[in-house]
Design a protein around this ligand. Structure first.
Ligand SMILES: *[C@@H]1O[C@H](CO)[C@@H](O)[C@H](O)[C@H]1NC(C)=O
Ligand SMILES: *[C@@H]1O[C@H](CO)[C@@H](O)[C@H](O)[C@H]1NC(C)=O
Length: 229
């Protein structure tokens, strides 16, 4: 008969829970006393808010499209005081695409025709909004904490456009995921790093008569496709 075994298990479970109650009963008052002595409030802590981006930084990122096989290594240079943002997008065994975005709404997408680049292409786009502001995550909905890439993160969501993961301890961005399925994993994050001026200049072939002028359909890595973020 299985009955005696079950009752043995029940007794063990009971003893364990009683022990837990005793242990927690003992520790709880101690903590409360400590809080009162230290004059701390026992109220819940307010929801964390995303750390604004540094005004200038350089990040190396691995991008993975979760919807289709597409891997990229991206060098991101963000420069708010100079009103520009540069993404150097290395497609896996493919083109190295330069994406220079200016705060006046003009973006240059080009290749330089080196190696596997596939020629010297350029596309100029005009967006109704400029580059992201350092506080662009303001007003995002806090979703709680979760591990990503092995880091414990605070997680926010903004207008069903982006899910953003920030390290709880260092406050550095670890990961973000766009509604398109494109996801970024931050590999390095150098606060204050600035790219030399010459690297921001779009090449001459962008100013040929033949240079393509695009419409803002293409979703850039950071610039929202609509002015809603
Ligand atoms: C990219 O994302 C897909 C789908 O989520 C996943 O199966 C794959 O392992 C990822 N690849 C890398 C290199 O992270
Ligand atoms: C925006 O600024 C860039 C860089 O100075 C320039 O190349 C581009 O022509 C400007 N666009 C507009 C619409 O003024």
């Amino acid at each position: 008969m299985a009955w005696p075994r079950t009752s043995l298990r029940l007794s063990i479970a009971l003893i364990l829970s009683l022990t837990l109650i005793v242990v927690s009963g003992r520790t709880m008052p101690k903590r409360e006393t400590l809080n009162i002595v230290l004059g701390e409030e026992t109220e819940e802590t307010p929801e964390p808010i995303p750390t604004p981006w540094p005004e200038q930084f350089h990040a190396l990122m691995v991008m993975n499209n979760t919807n289709k096989p597409e891997l990229q290594v991206v060098d991101l240079w963000y420069d708010w005081p100079n009103g520009c943002n540069l993404n150097l997008i290395q497609n896996q065994l493919g083109k190295l695409l330069h994406d220079v975005e200016w705060d006046n709404g003009t973006s240059y997408y080009y290749t330089l025709g080196v190696g596997d680049d596939g020629g010297r292409e350029c596309c100029i786009m005009h967006f109704p909004v400029g580059i992201l502001r350092p506080n662009w995550l303001e007003g995002a909905n806090y979703l709680g904490q979760s591990y990503v890439d092995g880091f414990l993160c605070n997680v926010w969501e903004k207008v069903d456009f982006i899910w953003y993961y920030e390290d709880v301890v260092t406050k550095r961005p670890i990961h973000w995921l766009f509604f398109t399925g494109m996801s970024a994993h931050v590999m390095t994050f150098e606060v204050g790093a600035v790219l030399e001026d010459s690297k921001w200049q779009a090449p001459a072939h962008c100013f040929d008569k033949q240079a393509e002028h695009g419409t803002p359909e293409q979703t850039s890595l950071l610039r929202p496709p609509v002015a809603s973020v």
